[in-house]
Design a binder for this molecule. Structure first.
Ligand code: NAD
Ligand code: UD1
Length: 344
């Protein structure tokens, strides 16, 4: 297939471009580079020996987007492009709704006008709010009032928007992929997560402590009802996640209408277990301090990934040690992310 990947220069997008190319697909990327570098795509090309067509376009630029659709015949769209910082979304809700919601509506409009029938959307486990029971299945409740921030609400609203859109034109197929906590990097150490400023998420924070850029990890809460009192999450290797997108395209080719899948491992690890796993991976002590709970955090979250196994033939193959080892390889070889000068 010829696949348009929006946000393809970003963390999950770049890993997915690599898996798509390795699976024999043709890839075109649209990205405004607001949270990424074109270097990631150059590295994917080098790793795969294949070209990626790249257009630096904002999804809010309808004319620019239309020109890319007009000049290419896409078979599918994988839509990663979004703003994703939870705290920033609270401070700038309009920027988040404009970018994530208007950007997606523009993309759907172009997808429809140019008769592209397959659409894969990056959703998040955040749509489940406070879990009623665990593990979370695709039929677990997704109560809007429990999603604690505009970023999360944009994801849940977009799930509804995409379902309404698909219902209006049944020849379109939509996959809503609910990611749990993507971490790690490609085993080459050439591509990985390159957050702007101080990381908000646990793994990038730990790796920056390990590489000496930050002093110590603040552990948000030690009094949750979990075995060691710290929050438990379903961390998933980004390469497993990327492979899930390739399999989702195969599923959409069967014309299923709307499908929704959890992409997680089904295993939960606490913050302290992650710190310990990262210490094993990097061979260093990771200093940490207990802090208050972070507002909006839940105690425990992990997936039931069995639907993706049954319907996509997808299972996460990489465990927590591989996630940390691969994440550390990327961080230690690229201490300043994509701005690191080769050999320095
Ligand atoms: P990322 O920031 O690395 O990638 C997003 C990319 O989209 C960036 O390259 C950015 O420049 C681009 N972009 C943003 N707005 C754009 C616009 N208006 N026009 C064109 N390009 C634009 O983030 P990521 O971690 O790779 O996340 C990818 C997707 O997965 C996002 O939709 C995110 O919400 C979702 N998601 C991520 C996580 C996670 O933990 N990383 C978890 C659940 C869901
Ligand atoms: C966060 C987002 C969520 C998003 C998800 C994607 C928040 C509130 N939620 O989820 O919307 O979909 O990323 O991966 O930001 N932790 C620390 N110290 C840190 C950072 C995190 O102790 O410096 C803890 C958290 O309290 C949590 C765990 O580590 O228990 C994971 O946190 P994080 O990586 O931010 O992911 P989530 O909170 O699960």
């Amino acid at each position: 297939m010829h696949v348009l990947v929006t946000g393809g220069a970003g963390y999950i997008g770049s890993h997915t471009c690599l898996e798509l190319l390795n699976a024999g697909h043709q890839v075109t990327v649209v990205d405004n580079l607001s949270n990424s570098s074109e270097e990631s795509l150059q590295r994917v090309s080098t790793l795969t020996g294949k070209e990626i067509a790249f257009f630096r376009i904002d999804l809010l630029d309808q004319l620019g987007l239309d020109a890319v659709f007009r000049d290419n015949q896409f078979d599918a769209v994988i839509h990663f492009a979004a703003l994703k910082a939870v705290g920033e979304s609270v401070a700038k809700p309009l920027a988040y709704y404009q970018n994530n919601i208007t950007g997606t509506v523009n993309l759907c409009d172009a997808t429809q006008r140019h008769h592209v029938s397959h659409f894969v959307f990056s959703s998040s486990a955040t749509v489940y709010g406070i879990p009623r029971s665990l593990p979370l299945t695709e039929t677990s409740a997704t109560p809007m009032e429990e999603v604690t921030n505009p970023y999360g609400r944009s994801k849940l609203m977009l799930e509804y928007i995409l379902k309404d859109w698909q219902a209006s034109q049944p020849q379109t197929n939509v996959a809503l992929l609910r990611y749990f906590n993507p971490v790690g990097a490609h085993e080459s150490g050439q591509i990985g997560e390159d957050p702007n400023g101080i990381p908000n998420n646990l793994l990038p924070y730990i790796s920056q402590v390990a590489v000496g850029k930050l002093e110590r990890v603040g552990v948000f809460g030690c009094d949750y009802e979990t075995p060691d009192g710290t929050g438990v999450r379903d961390y998933i290797h980004v390469v497993d996640l990327a492979r899930g997108h390739v399999l989702a395209l195969d599923k959409l080719a069967e014309n299923p209408g709307v499908v929704t899948y959890n992409l997680g491992t089904g295993n939960g690890y606490s913050v302290l277990e992650i710190v310990a796993a990262f210490e094993r991976a990097c061979g260093k002590k990771i200093p940490f301090t207990f802090l208050d709970r972070r507002p909006g955090d839940i105690a425990v979250c992990y997936a039931d990934p069995s639907l993706a196994k049954t319907e996509l033939g997808w299972v996460a193959e990489r465990g927590i040690d591989e996630m940390c080892t691969d994440g550390w390889r990327w961080q230690s070889q690229n201490p300043s992310g994509y701005t690191t000068i080769a050999g320095s």
